[in-house]
Each structure stands twice: as C-alpha cells, then as structure tokens.
Design a protein around this ligand. Structure first.
Ligand code: LLP
Length: 429
C-alpha cells in the first residue's frame, strides 16, 4: 500500500502537494510518507501476531534517522550490518537490545562497539568470524550473543545480484556444516552464548514458494539445534518483495494487499504459508524486512532539464542521476515514473529518462512510455524509498539530495541537501 495519489490533478504524498515541495526544496529530492511506513509495520506485525515475534527492520534499505525513529517508536528492532548503522539506530532512539548484527565482514572495532552497546545478537556468517567474536568478547570480559546464518541453498528466483541463499553466494554457512559448527563453538568458544539461527535467501521475492521451501528445509535443523543448544530465536530474514508497478488511480487504498492478482506475494499469502510451520517451534521468530517497510513509502522527485530528439531515441534529461538512484542501472530495476501534474490527455511517447552523469548507464528508465513532458516539468520516480538514498553517492561531485518526511499535510526536512563544502569536507589540495 502507499499514500501517493493525484488530488486536483497534482501528485500528493498523504495531504502534501509534491510540486510545492519540489519548488521549495529543489530537486533531486527524496520524499517519504510516514503513514505508509507506519501502516506497513503494523500490517506485518498483525500478520505475525500468532507468533512470539520481533520485526528487525533492515536499516540498509533506508537509514534516515527519522525513518529509524518512526520504526523504533512502533516497537521495532533493527537488523544492522555495520557499526555505522548501529550508531544511527542509537541516535534515532532505537534499542540496541533489539538489534541483530549481520554481515560477512565485521571488524574488531564493530564487534567491540556492538558488545559495549549490548546488542541482541551477532548473526555470524563463518566459523572464523565466530571464533573472532569469541576472542574479542573474551578480551573485553564479556559474553557475546551469537546466531549463525544458515545458507539453505534455495533459489529465491530473484535478480542475481540480490540472491543470497545459494551455495555459490558468500553468505552464511552451508546447511550441511551447521550442526558441526554449533557443536564446535559450544565446546571451544567459552565467551559465546548461542542464541539462535538465522537465514535470508534474497531480496525482492514476489513469490512465496522460495520462502516456504527454505522454512520447510530449515525448521528441522532449528528443532535439532533447539534441543541441543537451547536457542531462543529463529530469524527468517527479510526479502518480501514489493510491487514496483503500483496504481496511482486507485488512490491511497490498500489495493495490492487485497488483490493477489496485482501482486503475487501478499502479506496474507506470506503469513498463511509460513506462520503454521513456525508456530510449533515455540521460539521467538525474527523477521528482517527492509524494502517491504519503506520501498513504496518513498519517491524521488526530479526536474526535466532538457529534451533531446536523436535519430534512435528521445531523451528526457533530468536532474537526478544514477548517483541518486542506482537501482535501474545496477539491477535493471524498473521504477514507475509519473509527472507531478497529472497529464490532461492519455498521449504517451517512448523516451529514455536519463541523468546528467557521464556514463551511458546513467538512466532512470529506458524505452518508457511517458506522457509528454517538457523542460521545467517535474517527475516522480516511485517506489524509491528502499535502497535509494542509502545507495546514493557523490559521483561526479554531485551533492546528496535532501530528504523529507511527510506526515499528513506536514513536511519535515529530515536531511538537508549537501552543499559543495559538505562534499569536499576533509579533503586537502
Ligand atoms: N536481512 C539480511 C541479512 C539482508 O542481507 C537483507 C538485504 C535484508 C534482511 C533485507 O532484505 P529486504 O527485505 O530489503 O529484501 N540493494 C538491493 C537490495 C539488497 C538487499 C541486501 N540485503 C536493491 O536495491 O534491490
């Protein structure tokens, strides 16, 4: 669901007119809907209600402090992948005791920081890492809570760059090695407390089958580990896909969750498929959604600078580039693009929407049917709330865009646009 819709022929985020925001704050501009984030959290919370569960939002999807604070106030925990993300969570008022720390390459400084802050659990991805955490914890005179990420070797049937649960991926420990690793660690690592098991098979899953296959495969392993090591949680990871082709005509309805044909993976389908398998475990179940929580809650606003009609293509050159939103070029990500002023006619033209960066890969859309737009017009790139700003860079010495959080008719700048002085900070000639 999302709270973006046309009202009086102008695109609104909740009750806020987006063109007014673009004119006031400039573009490129990220705008997030607090109502959409809140609704997503609550819906997932309800879907998992039969389980003793904790939603650990994957901070990497959108780590703005205002987004984290919104989720912290809803009672959410956080899945972090760096000391930096933990620092953000704490700054936003999040509880370290609800944080899981994932990632294959945690450094000493990060492990120490996380131990000092008292995180809920390290999700370790190799035996070497487990032994290192044991060593660092020992030196600090602490016990480190750990879980192991199992690689279930299940094909998530998503884009190759966001598939994580196959044996050829660098993530987790092979399914067949897990029991031996738990046994060795329990015997040889006195500074570790084994708390759980974790998995995450990939991102942007739009079909429930890979989740079902992974849960079915891993549940017996969880039962065995529970019997032998008295673990308290099983994390099923994130990965719930979103609909990148959402309708703006249907208004702020919850249409896709109630319309399975519009999106094959609804929360209902997801919960009905996995909750009954997880319930008998009697464990705390963690879920680590990133994209689901914030993807459809954000848009990237951009202004058309120029039009160029070439012999092969028509280009709409806009002021947002691959440095602001890298998904189209990195993952062939398809983001819907709509004008902020609703077009009067149904006329469409096939165009490439490209940015100002000096790379042929710098596009937001290719061969896209768009209503006619001219220089000066504004566009919204939809479903840009996840892996948008967090993957942005200063490439071509372009300042990072500003970010705004909308709540009803209130719009708050939650990160100011970078100045060129900000971009050069710390450099010396
Ligand atoms: N848990 C772990 C251990 C993860 O590695 C990830 C995402 C998540 C949870 C959250 O997954 P989600 O619910 O958002 O699917 N930049 C890519 C996505 C990379 C996902 C990395 N890991 C994109 O823009 O599509």
């Amino acid at each position: 669901m999302h709270l973006f819709h046309y009202q009086n022929a102008r695109l609104h985020c909740e009750a806020t007119d987006l063109q007014t925001l673009a004119e006031k704050h400039g573009t490129p501009l990220y705008v997030y809907s607090k109502g959409t984030i809140t609704s997503h959290f609550q819906r997932l919370d309800e879907a998992l209600a039969p389980l003793n569960h904790l939603i650990c939002y994957a901070v990497k999807a959108n780590s703005n402090l205002a987004v984290l604070s919104t989720i912290a106030k809803l009672g959410g925990g956080f899945d972090i992948v760096s000391g930096g993300e933990l620092f953000r969570v704490i700054k936003a008022g999040g509880d370290p005791a609800k944080c899981t720390f994932a990632g294959v390459g945690k450094t000493r400084a990060e492990i120490e920081y996380a131990l000092q802050q008292g995180i809920y659990c390290f999700n370790a991805e190799s035996e070497a890492e487990l032994r290192y955490i044991n060593l660092v914890a020992g030196e600090l005179g602490k016990k480190a809570p750990v879980a192991v990420r199992v690689n279930p070797n299940v094909d998530a049937k998503t884009h190759a760059k966001i598939t994580t649960g196959k044996s050829e991926n660098k993530f987790g420990i092979d399914f067949d090695q897990i029991l031996d690793v738990y046994d060795r660690v329990a015997r040889e690592c006195p500074n570790l407390v084994i708390k759980g098991l974790q998995m995450h098979i990939g991102s942007q899953l739009t079909n429930v089958d890979p989740f079902v296959e992974a849960v079915r495969k891993v549940v017996p392993l969880v039962e065995q580990i529970k019997a032998e090591h008295r673990i308290e949680f099983f994390s099923i990871g994130g990965g719930i896909g979103i609909n990148y082709r959402q309708s703006l005509d249907s208004g702020p309805a919850t249409w896709w969750e109630e319309n399975p044909e519009a999106h094959p993976l609804t929360l209902k389908t997801y919960a009905e498929a996995i909750v009954p398998q997880l319930q008998p475990l009697g464990l705390r179940i963690l879920c680590e959604p990133g994209r689901f929580m914030v993807g459809n809650a954000g848009v990237l606003l951009t202004q058309v600078l120029y039009e160029k009609r070439g012999s092969a293509k028509t280009f709409k050159i806009v002021d947002a580039g691959m440095n602001d939103l890298i998904r189209p070029t990195l993952y062939e990500g398809w983001h819907q693009i709509v004008p902020l002023k609703q077009p009067a006619s149904a006329a469409l033209e096939k165009v490439d929407v490209v940015g100002p960066i000096c790379e042929s890969g710098d596009f937001l859309a290719q061969n896209r049917d768009l209503p006619p737009v001219a220089g000066g017009d504004y566009l919204a790139v939809l479903s840009a709330g996840a892996y948008g700003f967090t993957m942005a860079s200063n490439y071509n010495t372009r300042p990072m865009p500003a970010e705004i959080l909308v709540e009803g008719s209130t719009a708050r700048v939650v990160r100011g646009r970078q100045t060129l002085e900000d971009v050069l900070k710390g450099e010396t000639p």
